[in-house]
Design a protein around this ligand. Structure first.
Ligand code: MG
Ligand code: FE
Ligand code: FE
Length: 165
């Protein structure tokens, strides 16, 4: 932990670390949901959907990396056990038990919408209190916004395709 770097944080660091750890758990669950979804998805436009799901999985893992970097920098400990992910998560996990492409898209869109709300709140909380965290959260939020739109665009194409058939 950098002492001055931590001392300039204008909010309770413990509270901030808890918020970052919650988001960290969300990212691992999102990663796994995408990663597995890409393996099992079935139905029309599956190839295009797989490419997007795989890309998002990689990006969610990178969000976990960004968060853990900041957690450690602030003297915190990233959640050490996957068992605890469920206790800490904001957005939960939707098991891809139904492999139909539309269901997989819907589940992941729901996850992205929760992520957007979560990061928007974290952004507001850190805006003036901690510009370093704010900047990291902003980068992540930008990507979650992109993720939602990517998936909704696929959903739209799928609807057009099914309507035409
Ligand atoms: Mg994408
Ligand atoms: Fe993410
Ligand atoms: Fe995302």
């Amino acid at each position: 932990m950098g002492t001055k770097g931590t001392a300039i944080v204008g909010m309770d660091v413990k509270e901030l670390l808890a918020l970052l750890n919650r988001a960290f758990c969300d990212e691992w669950l999102a990663y796994y949901q995408y990663w597995l979804g890409a393996k099992i998805v079935k139905g029309p436009m599956k190839d295009a959907v797989i490419v997007e799901l795989e890309q998002h999985a990689t990006e969610e893992l990178n969000h976990a990396l960004l968060l853990t970097g900041r957690i450690i920098q602030l003297g915190g400990t990233p959640i050490t056990s996957p068992k605890a992910w469920y206790d800490w998560t904001n957005c939960g996990y939707e098991a891809p038990d139904d492999p139909y492409v539309r269901t997989i898209l819907e589940q992941n869109i729901k996850g992205e919408q929760c992520a957007i709300v979560t990061y928007q709140k974290l952004l507001e909380r850190t805006r003036t209190a901690d510009p370093v965290t704010y900047n990291i959260v902003l980068q992540i939020l930008e990507q979650e916004v992109e993720h939602e739109e990517d998936l909704q665009a696929l959903q739209e194409d799928l609807d057009l395709m099914v309507k035409k058939a």
